[in-house]
Design a protein. Structure first.
Ligand code: MUC
Ligand code: MG
Length: 366
């Protein structure tokens, strides 16, 4: 059960429908597949999405840090030595998604060796996750048509509206059209990816006060601390930290210094080991969390399902688990199904991240 090889395989799969948001856009899933092989032949997989506009990582930087920096230190450790692996990787700052994927691939090996689904090992709270769909920038009526289609076809009743546009009226209008068209039962929240100033966000909050939105994520740059604190104090709905809380320490700092009062948990950046610590902190602090989307493929999404369903605190809210529907193809051997607005937790031993070898051959770019 010792780690014998750590490989980082770059690949590219186009999006049928690109996603546009305040900090960037995605046209191609140019991700990196992490493959860990043990000395007794167990293979663990995970997906690392480069998000230069969020963490500074690129496809090439993920390959380089995993193969040149992490692999030499990880080879020889037991796949069960996850805290040792965390310590090894913590010597290199940032590189969140590279670290997260190595951790998930190790858990995949652990589950296979123990003959248990990883969701069971992490807590086994429930057997499914409700799905929230993320809507990128589009005219208001198109957004409503899309949301109605997702509700009709997949039973999805929670939507994240990407915002942060100028003038802010564009996003206020989109929220109003969605609320009127979807009715009061559907859950809607906003993510501005730092697109506004604190004052602009405050104006949006005033204008959407009657629309019953659940929370507002990263309205402005959290480093502008006084503006952000004023927003958090004055807002009637929670202000969620996503990219301002990319790891345990920064999540704690944002909450304890009043930069946010809710947290996005993303397995793509904190894997399973650190995500569990973020959730424990949030639970102890009385802070709500939700499982977010790193614009994940099915390989990334299944990891979010495995983790989100394992813990009571993360399974309370819908997780963002459906944006792989916008991709032209995927790598997962058993494609994910969304039924009645939910995805079932894989019951196979491991993390359920098995790869289709023919598809990997087709899309790899190394
Ligand atoms: C999100 O919640 O922000 C967009 C950029 C990123 O890093 O993740 C996505 C979704
Ligand atoms: Mg976000």
């Amino acid at each position: 059960m010792k780690i014998a090889a750590v490989q980082a395989i770059p690949y590219a799969i186009p999006y049928r429908t690109p996603l546009h948001f305040a900090s960037g856009a995605v046209h191609v899933a140019d991700h990196v597949l992490i493959k860990i092989t043990t000395d007794d032949g167990v293979v663990g997989w995970a997906d690392a999405p480069p998000r230069p506009y969020t963490y500074g990582e690129t496809q090439k930087s993920i390959v380089a840090v995993v193969q040149d920096v992490f692999a030499p230190e990880l080879i020889g450790l037991s796949v069960f030595d996850r805290e040792k692996a965390q310590a090894v990787m913590a010597r290199t700052i940032h590189n969140e998604c590279a670290k997260g994927a190595v951790d998930i691939a190790m858990w995949d090996c652990m589950g296979q060796i123990l003959g248990q689904p990883v969701s069971t090992l992490l807590g086994g709270y429930t057997d499914h996750m409700r799905v929230s769909h993320m809507l990128g920038f589009k005219p208001a009526q198109e957004l409503l048509d899309l949301a109605l289609g997702f509700r009709e076809q997949y039973g999805i009743t929670t939507f994240k509206l990407k915002t942060g546009r100028h003038p802010v009226g564009l996003d206020v209008e989109a929220a109003r059209v969605l609320r009127e068209g979807l009715g009061p039962e559907v859950e809607i929240y906003m993510d501005a990816n730092r697109g506004w100033s604190a004052n602009q966000a405050a104006e949006v909050l005033r204008q959407i006060a009657e629309l019953g939105l659940t929370f507002l994520e990263e309205p402005d740059d959290a480093r502008e601390v006084l503006g952000r604190r004023r927003l958090v104090t004055q807002s009637a709905i929670p202000i969620t930290a996503d990219e301002s809380a990319p790891n345990l320490g920064e999540a704690a700092r944002e909450i304890l210094t009043g930069g946010a009062n809710m947290l996005a948990v993303k397995t793509a950046r904190t894997g399973f080991t650190e995500s569990a610590k973020v959730v424990a902190f949030a639970e102890a602090a009385g802070v709500d969390v939700y499982v977010g989307n790193q614009i994940d493929t099915q390989v990334g999404t299944v990891a979010s399902v495995v983790f989100g369903a394992a813990l009571a605190h993360t399974s309370r809210r819908a997780g963002e688990l459906s944006n792989f529907l916008d991709m032209a193809d995927d790598l997962l051997a058993e494609p994910l199904q969304i039924r009645d607005g939910a995805i079932a937790v894989p019951t196979v031993p491991g993390a359920g991240t098995q790869i289709d070898p023919e598809k990997l051959e087709k899309y790899r770019v190394d």
